[in-house]
Write a protein that binds this ligand. Sequence first.
Ligand SMILES: *[C@@H]1O[C@H](CO)[C@@H](O)[C@H](O)[C@H]1NC(C)=O
Ligand SMILES: *[C@@H]1O[C@H](CO)[C@@H](O)[C@H](O)[C@H]1NC(C)=O
Length: 212
Amino acid sequence: MLHSNSSVLLLLLLLQLSLTWRPSTGAALPARALGAEQCQRCSLLFRSLLDDVTELLKHKDVVCFGIKSVTPVVANVSDTVLACAPSQTQNSGCMMRRDSPFSQTECLANIKKDLDHYAATFESYLNTQLRNRTQEVPLLSPTLEQIKSLRKNCFPIPTEVPDSSKEEAASKWGGNNYENRKEMCKIIDGFYSRTITINRAMGYIASGEHRE
Ligand SMILES: *[C@@H]1O[C@H](CO)[C@@H](O)[C@H](O)[C@H]1NC(C)=O
Ligand SMILES: *[C@@H]1O[C@H](CO)[C@@H](O)[C@H](O)[C@H]1NC(C)=O
């Protein structure tokens, strides 16, 4: 089962790569350099995501009720921080080092992995036994919808969140709702910092600086 899933994933990956390498322009393809217009639109959508997550953070007590300060957990399903760091020669000082030139395709592919991961995480969390559904669903749903909208508009293939992401996400929730909320509480903090990273990367891509 696992094996056949990975084969399908590999096939999709190869398909994506072959599409990526196709020199034509036009239709939106996954993890491929974005056209100027799509790039602007996606930058705006990621900006709205940051607004949503900022709002979510303000009210995170609904999820984090009764939980002392937690260490943020950032998804390690991707290498977004490294892959989306500007090339070393193009900046000075504090940014993360990278030895290879900036690859928009690689950066976007990692952002896509983040979106899959967080869509699955939010969705599966909302399917657990929540402490107060009336409060938690309206709090988390706008962010989930924004993530889904980004997947659909900026990374249309594959249309569905992969099963592997869903399975990985579902495996986080086993405990009682206190443990689940504690985990989600860390994830919300981590997601906020990942969203900032992604927005920086989109700003960098949209500016066209990496092409100079
Ligand atoms: C992500 O982190 C978890 C917990 O630290 C670890 O168990 C897992 O192997 C890591 N996954 C990857 C892909 O590095
Ligand atoms: C859930 O939250 C709502 C809104 O704050 C509140 O009115 C309701 O009593 C809560 N329900 C439970 C089961 O705690």
